[in-house]
Design a protein around this ligand. Sequence first.
Ligand code: SF4
Ligand code: SF4
Length: 125
Amino acid sequence: MAYTTPSVEEYKAGAVVKYAPISTGQTNQRKRKPHILAVINESCTGCSGSPACVEYCPVAECMYWAPDEDHPPFGRIIVDPLLCIGCKLCCSRGPDGIFLEGCPWGAIDMVPLAEFEANNGALPF
Ligand code: SF4
Ligand code: SF4
């Protein structure tokens, strides 16, 4: 599978194209950096085009679909690190509202801010 996870710089530049399914909700900029951020790892299957996680995210355009251009119609979900508020709602419920300890495929990691910034560069806010 070929995916390109955008860099923090690309998000800052507003250069990231986001596809649906995409989260909806609050649109105001977060007031402070979150202590933890959701990061989607390589185990994400995209839930066959019906992502179980996206509908639980309360932030507009935070979770979005990224198509696998080498293997259409497959794809996966990515989290915008400038928008995530670290609320963990995306990994607390599974398909049909069943409570789970994480996504059905273990594809959502809650990463401490310091670890994220060490690997990806500092977030602007
Ligand atoms: S629930 Fe998990 S596997 Fe499904 S789209 Fe979300 S992160 Fe990917
Ligand atoms: S932790 Fe909250 S804000 Fe971040 S991706 Fe999950 S649901 Fe959205």
